[in-house]
Design a protein around this ligand. Structure first.
Ligand SMILES: [Zn+2]
Length: 281
């Protein structure tokens, strides 16, 4: 009797605990999914904007412009854009998701079918103030992550094996989207890589950025940009980036996928890249 009472109490406690957890989890899901704002479908493009009150007209136009440039470039350079629609949230009154701060450090982030721009973040404010296409560049960068997600090679922050290539694709293709759209000049690409600090000696070799290192910010991203730029200029061209992505999405080990897509083994690329890096920046 005693033992069965005790067992029932344990079961009741467990059921209660599960119920509490379910309510909490539902709250998290509901809060993450809920994002109030004016919904605008972009005509002829796979984007639905959700704009919160307070987001300005120039901000909306910069986002739309960045999306248009990125979509056009990915379709022409890679032969494929996103196939499923992307919801693009322009956050103002609340952050991009539950418990994220509206003025927190994250400028923007992307998932396969979602992008969120934190318009109160310092990074976005700076990009908008500069007015030289930097805001469009941020959007184009995130849209590359949308495509990576839809192709199946998106990696979460703690799950990277080829971080420099994942982020380098976004930086390089976003830059090229700006060039394609006539906003930036191709001949300024190396200049920007330098100005972002790719020559910072503390960065170390590219091979040190397979799993971590994005936290080093602009200098690291500039290094990734230079690396992916050199891959895109290789024998298999820019579409090789998508070939690599597709192969890893199908479960091929990334080093094999790399050699197949780019026509060079990873070790040889690392060696050649360090030479190129010394001679370029
Ligand atoms: Zn990124």
């Amino acid at each position: 009797m005693r033992s069965s009472m005790r067992r029932r109490r344990v079961i009741a406690w467990t059921a209660g605990g599960v119920a509490v957890l379910l309510v909490l989890a539902a709250g998290v899901v509901w809060s993450a999914a809920r994002f109030d704002g004016r919904r605008v479908a972009m005509a002829g493009l796979p984007f639905d904007l959700v704009i919160q009150p307070g987001v300005t007209g120039p901000e909306v136009r910069a986002v739309e412009d960045g999306l248009r440039l990125a979509d056009r470039h990915l379709r022409s350079a890679l032969g494929q854009g996103v196939r499923e629609r992307v919801e693009v949230r322009l956050a103002r009154g609340q952050g991009c998701r539950w418990r994220t701060s509206a003025d927190g450090p994250s400028t923007a982030w992307a998932e396969p079918r979602l992008m969120c721009v934190n318009t109160l973040s310092p990074g976005w404010r700076e990009a908008m103030t500069a007015g030289t296409g930097q805001a469009q560049d941020v959007i184009a960068h995130e849209h590359v992550h949308n495509l990576q997600g839809q192709v199946g090679c998106f990696r979460a922050a703690d799950d990277h094996e080829w971080l420099w290539l994942f982020e380098g694709m976004a930086v390089h293709l976003a830059y090229r989207a700006m060039v394609d759209g006539g906003r930036w000049r191709e001949e300024d690409e190396i200049g920007r890589i330098r100005s972002w600090g790719a020559d910072d000696p503390s960065l170390g070799p590219l091979s040190g950025f397979e799993r971590t290192g994005a936290g080093l910010g602009d200098p690291a991203y500039a290094l990734f940009h230079l690396a992916v730029r050199s891959l895109a200029r290789g024998p298999n061209g820019t579409p090789a980036l998508l070939d690599f992505c597709r192969a890893t999405a199908q479960g091929r080990p990334w080093r094999t996928a790399f050699a197949d897509a780019f026509g060079i083994t990873l070790d040889t690329f690392y060696t050649k890249f360090e030479q190129l890096r010394r001679g370029t920046i």
